[in-house]
Design a protein around this ligand. Structure first.
Ligand code: FES
Ligand code: FES
Length: 168
């Protein structure tokens, strides 16, 4: 088997201890995915596995053998920015940019979770078919992704913009 990374097949490492984060950065040289805490606390290493967000520092490469991984490099289509990337620029959703790839991957998966009707800790009506995407919902759902520059307000605005565009 192989791991599909941004559409390209990559052999899973023989060493079963290699994390997905190390595979991406050190072996495939996709350095868009960032190393922050390397222990599951900051979200900087967030990538998508079969469309769902995972912390690549806590995921073994062997666990995603046969699955499809999307990193920030694979999110955009051709030369066009992903709508979340454009919205982060529009709303100053970053300063240093270090947390941004993880924020954007998490936001992409988060919007899919909301679209699928998955409630969060702060969802008032757990039986509602459509979860209203309030600022509080976004903050809760993005709480695993820390931004040391304090760009959280811009990040929330960017996500709201993309959600509104999709609803239009
Ligand atoms: S580097 Fe993975 S959560 Fe911080
Ligand atoms: S933009 Fe600097 S850590 Fe988030």
């Amino acid at each position: 088997m192989a791991i599909r990374i941004n559409g390209a097949e990559v052999e899973a490492p023989e060493d079963a201890r290699v994390s997905l984060l190390d595979l991406l950065r050190e072996r495939v040289h996709l350095t868009g995915t960032k190393v922050g805490c390397n222990q599951g606390a900051c979200g900087a290493c967030t990538v998508l596995v079969d469309g769902e967000r995972v912390l690549s520092c806590l995921t073994l490469a062997a666990q995603v053998d046969g699955r499809s991984v999307t990193t920030i490099e694979g999110l955009a289509e051709a030369e066009a920015l992903h709508p979340l990337q454009a919205a982060f620029i529009d709303h100053d959703g970053f300063q240093c940019g270090y947390c941004t790839p993880g924020q954007i991957c998490a936001a992409a998966a988060m919007l899919a979770e909301v679209a699928a009707g998955a409630p969060s800790y702060v969802t008032a009506d757990l039986t509602a078919e459509r979860v209203p995407l309030t600022r509080e919902e976004i903050r809760e759902r993005m709480s695993g992704n820390l931004c040391r520059c304090g760009a959280h307000n811009g990040i929330v605005d960017a996500i709201l913009q993309v959600a509104a565009e999709r609803a239009a």
